[in-house]
Design a protein around this ligand. Structure first.
Ligand code: IVH
Length: 688
């Protein structure tokens, strides 16, 4: 795989994982088996490991779950609920420990303790106690905001309703709600006997049981808890993770008896192997071992990258494999026209989950694996969750069908599908004339994380499109005005009534003002995920400035281009997609049309936080930092409100020059920029 192929694959994976996250977290209706899903994330991680420079701001590795579903009140977590990075091999696990040491500037010999604890396959929750009384329980949701499931959690016998005297006045305990295998089997049998819903696996059963709107139903479900972390705490509980676990146990929270404190990477791996050997005999399902740096002060220094702590990693257990028949290979057309081959499988249960489809990624992958319709294929369930097609096992059988011929025309619109030299993905050239792309773009625009038009789900988008009522995002904003003119009134359509139609029009009206970052993300520009959209919005402030800059940046020698690629995380590839998007006449026309109906609000330049002399400043680090290491220095600068850029430009405020600095330092001098030594920088931010 070369960099261009890696980039295409990461693009595809980011969208695929986001899609399945929504199906799973918001709709409780996964479209693919857990193992299949996990295989996507795993593949993403594998590619990112090989091409670290291509990690996208909207990569699945930087995101947790999806936003909260409706039906429950929302709860904003005082301390965000994070996700974990994964390690899939012992080498990854060693790399994790090495990277912790590097970040902390610890030698290989310096003592460094971890806690190894089972990664429980359930769902995480946060339990809030005030003055020792359980007052609120919430799901993780998107990590920032979850659902209030207090009434349901009160029915879980293992959650203490009150705590002994002397606990901090505010205390949030976090952990995993899960179901034991035996309880799950008994419950499913009872459900089946009653003719009610059966669950695919203990984790889905736990999630489905906790998210009941009627707590009496939850009360009848065998839910349990393992506590493993703290959220907000009014007073410190312990100075190490191990100390926290012990304190939680004293307060009568169930903690996992398999957790161990380990003083070396070998001890961690022993714990991993030991539990792996006993995994199937445990009364509950686990999908890996979580390694956590024990010392809280070190955890604080390590901090976070996106939404995962640098001080922890989940070391996953390997895939589970089964074979099934590959019935057919079908082609899906995505928002940006990418043609993705999908394996249509004879449904098969892989570790409790029924799998009927799996991605085949792209043309080369099919050729490399030489999988054909009618083959028996190995389907893999990776780590915690899921399956992908690994290989065909009966390739030598007589009478095997012909090799799959990848279409050179788009199956949705018939336009030529081309695959540029050096790229892995074949794309439909129909653009917005292709119904599949146009529908995907509309869906993308309306979705929760983009324009967030409530009540405009995928089926409705498809129906509006098929009917011709809505073809482009801007059509949405004239929907009410056109209603009953070109088309019969929406309220009279099947499945609609006056109330639902009025509600949809109101939901659209509510989005006639959109913040710049959402607007940009909603446009569906290739490679511009939520995080990139935020970066761009913050950098350019207003849509006019951004459009102007994109027009000028068509010249790669221009200041506008240099300014664009100097934004941290934006490289030549993303820049090329952005510039091409704005340069396309159809896109320009659609943006014009949108701006006739939508007010795009500007993003205020970050206000200098009191006491932070670097808020809003652009800083570039170059060379080796002695005191804290480059990554920690960068994280600290960002925490203080600075923008950290990858390269120097006229907009750079400070260049911090470490040891052995190279061309950037020379360039900074040439541009007459302010350079600082590491010591001067530390003095500036008050750490000198
Ligand atoms: S620690 C910042 N410990 O795994 C650390 N998580 O991928 C956050 N999980 O959302 C989590 N067992 O649902 C932690 N012993 C354990 C866990 C555990 C299961 C889940 C949890 C979390 C997810 C992260």
């Amino acid at each position: 795989m070369d960099a261009a192929q890696a980039e295409e694959a990461l693009d595809w994976l980011a969208h695929a994982v986001a899609f399945h996250d929504r199906r799973y977290y918001q709709d409780d209706a996964p479209r693919i088996a857990d193992a299949e899903y996990d295989a996507l994330r795993r593949r993403n991680a594998e590619i990112e490991r090989r091409f670290p420079l291509l990690v996208r701001p909207d990569s699945p590795s930087r995101r947790v779950g999806a936003a909260a579903a409706t039906g429950f009140a929302k709860v904003r977590h005082a301390v965000p609920m994070l996700s974990l990075d994964n390690a899939f091999s012992e080498e990854d696990a060693r790399d994790f420990v090495a990277s912790v040491r590097r970040f902390l500037k610890l030698s290989d010999e310096a003592p460094l303790a971890f806690v190894a604890e089972p990664k429980i396959d359930g769902l995480s929750i946060s339990l809030r106690y005030e003055d020792g009384q359980f007052v609120r329980g919430a799901t993780r949701g998107d990590g920032a905001e979850g659902e209030d499931v207090t009434a349901n959690l009160r029915t879980v016998g293992e959650i203490p309703p009150s705590l002994p005297a002397g606990v901090p006045s505010v205390l949030e305990v976090r952990g995993e709600i899960y179901m034991r295998r035996a309880d799950f089997a008994a419950m499913n049998a009872a459900q089946e006997a009653k003719g009610e819903k059966v669950f695919a696996n203990p984790r889905n059963a736990a999630a489905g049981s906790l998210r009941q709107l009627d707590p009496r139903i939850t009360a009848g479900r065998p839910l349990r808890l393992f506590a493993y972390a703290l959220g907000e705490a009014a007073a410190p509980v312990a100075d190490s993770h191990w100390g926290v676990l012990q304190q939680l146990a004293r307060w009568r929270f169930p903690t996992n008896p398999e957790s161990r404190r380990c003083e070396s990477v070998d001890a961690l791996l022993d714990a991993y192997r030991d539990l792996g050997a006993r995994r199937d005999a445990l009364p509950y399902e686990i999908d890996g071992i979580v390694y956590k740096v024990d010392d809280h002060e070190l955890q604080r220094r390590l901090g976070f990258v996106s939404r995962a702590p640098r001080w922890a990693v989940a070391h996953k257990y390997p895939a589970q494999q089964v074979t099934t028949e590959l019935r057919a290979i079908s082609i899906q057309v995505g928002r940006t026209g990418a043609l993705t081959p999908v394996a249509e499988l004879e449904p098969v249960t892989v570790a409790g989950v029924v799998v009927s489809r799996a991605t085949l990624h792209n043309e080369d992958e099919i050729r490399r694996k030489d999988v054909r319709a009618g083959d028996r294929v190995v389907v893999q369930r990776a780590g915690d969750v899921i399956p992908q097609v690994v290989e065909a096992v009966d390739r030598d059988r007589p009478g095997r069908g012909p090799a799959f011929v990848f279409p050179e025309a788009c199956p949705a619109c018939g336009s030529a599908a081309v695959r540029p030299e050096g790229e892995a993905i074949r794309r439909c050239t129909g653009g917005l004339a292709c119904p599949a792309q146009a529908v995907e773009r509309l869906r993308h625009f309306a979705q929760r994380t983009a324009a967030d038009i409530e009540g405009l789900g995928e089926e409705r988008v498809q129906a509006f499109f098929d009917e011709g009522r809505v073809r482009t995002p801007s059509d949405l904003f004239t929907l009410a005005a056109r209603d009953g003119k070109e088309f019969p009134p929406l309220a009279e359509k099947d499945g609609w009534g006056p109330t639902s139609a009025a509600k949809l029009f109101a939901a659209i009206d509510a989005r006639r003002t959109l913040p710049l970052d959402r607007f940009l993300f909603a446009l569906g520009i290739r490679q511009v995920g939520e995080a990139t959209a935020k970066l761009l919005a913050r950098h350019y402030g207003a849509i006019a400035a951004l459009r102007d800059a994109m027009a000028k940046a068509t010249d790669p020698e221009s200041d506008a281009y240099r300014d664009l690629v100097a934004i941290d995380q934006i490289g030549d590839k993303v820049a090329a997609d952005l510039i091409a998007f704005f340069a396309q006449p159809v896109n320009a026309a659609e943006i014009e049309a949108l701006l006739r109906h939508v007010v795009v609000t500007e993003v205020a330049a970050p206000v200098a936080a009191a006491g932070s002399p670097v808020a809003g400043k652009t800083v570039v680090f170059t060379g080796t930092m002695e005191r804290m290491g480059r990554a920690e220095a960068k994280a600290r600068a960002e925490a203080l409100g600075a923008k950290v850029a990858g390269d120097v430009s006229k907009k750079t405020d400070y260049v911090v020059v470490g040891a052995d600095a190279g061309s950037k330092a020379t360039k900074a001098a040439a541009l007459g920029l302010k350079t600082l030594t590491e010591a001067e920088w530390l003095a500036l931010i008050g750490e000198g």
